[in-house]
Design a protein around this ligand. Structure first.
Ligand code: GLU
Ligand code: ZN
Length: 317
């Protein structure tokens, strides 16, 4: 942890749908953690997956974040020296990093189809990452690669992960030690259709945009060893990671885009920004009552000490 460097945070939405209460929750905590320390913020649109991202979602996300009263110093609409702030415009940087990893022997092509992986993996689900990749293509002889290429198979590119556990310190939850298997094993950096994987893009961008502190939902915990390891291999500085609990439905599921009444469009009809912020701050443990509050008032009372660590069930939003 580096307590002395100036704090620089980021809001990193994926424009694959409209924002909902669960996203507003995570972005509010990210914003407060940064602004309460006088830090600067970057807004980065993570539209790396062309099949799922849509520009109209990106516009709606910016509109909804602004409605809530969250702001940023650099972003797709604000510009800044570390742009572009849209991942689809940064492909060359990701490819350069992938090539560097390739020259150092850290990656390999994997020709497994989804169907093969389902049958090969066999083992029951471990962690959030699904069944771990069993390493089938790690040491394929060149002749076998040539055969698969000749048969028209297009590989994804995977990172060789070490066999030992990966230990790291979460700024909220403390020390963690995870097996690579629990996080999915050798993970993909580029899909077989050429799309760069989120893990690589995020690591390249966080470094290039000077991000020192990352606040995000605990559902992304498994990404942390993956991102820290990539930073290590690429010689990039490691930000501090703060994972925050999730808002969950009464059956324990993470709130998702399925809950239409929790989309920002619906919430905007029922709440003022201050009423919604006050309620979220109360759920987080930042305020003792759910009174309406502005973002800046909340930034003056925010402290990690009072933020809850357990997931929070939303019964009646
Ligand atoms: N864009 C990612 C998402 O919406 C978040 C990235 C991150 O926090 O590392 O899931
Ligand atoms: Zn494979």
């Amino acid at each position: 942890m580096s307590a002395s460097r100036p704090v620089r945070g980021r809001l990193a939405p994926s424009p694959t749908g409209f924002l909902h209460l669960g996203n507003a929750w995570a972005f509010l905590l990210a914003w407060l953690a940064c602004r309460s320390k006088g830090g600067s913020l970057v807004l980065r649109m993570e539209d790396i997956d062309p099949d799922r991202s849509r520009p109209e979602y990106a516009d709606a996300i910016i509109r909804d974040l602004r409605w809530l009263g969250l702001d940023w110093d650099e972003g797709p609409d604000a510009g800044g020296p570390a742009g572009p702030y849209v991942q689809s415009a940064r492909m060359e940087l990701y490819t350069d990093s992938l090539n560097r990893l390739g020259r150092a022997g850290h990656i390999y092509p994997c020709y497994c189809t989804r169907k093969e992986l389902r049958t090969l993996a066999g083992a029951p689900h471990v962690g959030d990452a699904g069944a771990a990749y069993p390493g089938t293509c790690r040491n394929l002889p060149p002749e076998r690669r040539a055969e698969l290429e000749a048969a028209g198979r297009r590989p994804c590119i995977r990172l060789r992960c070490p066999s030992q556990n990966y230990a790291f310190e979460d700024a909220v939850f403390g020390p963690f030690s995870m097996t690579w298997e629990a996080c999915g094993g050798d993970f993909a950096l580029r899909r077989s259709d050429g799309v760069i994987a989120y893990q690589l893009a995020v690591v390249v961008d966080d470094a290039a945009q000077g991000v020192t502190s990352i606040v995000r939902g605990v559902d992304l915990l498994c990404s942390t060893p993956q991102q820290l390891y990539l930073q290590e291999l690429l010689g990039l500085p490691a930000p501090d990671y703060y994972h925050v609990p999730l808002l969950t439905a009464p059956d324990g599921r993470r709130l998702s885009k399925r809950e239409r009444d929790l989309e920002m469009g619906a919430l905007r009809e029922r709440y003022t920004p201050e009423a919604l912020l006050g309620r979220l701050a109360y759920l987080a443990g930042i305020c003792e009552t759910p009174e309406p509050a502005s973002t800046w008032a909340l930034s003056r009372v925010f402290s990690w000490e009072t933020v809850r660590k357990k997931n929070i069930t939303i019964i009646n939003p």
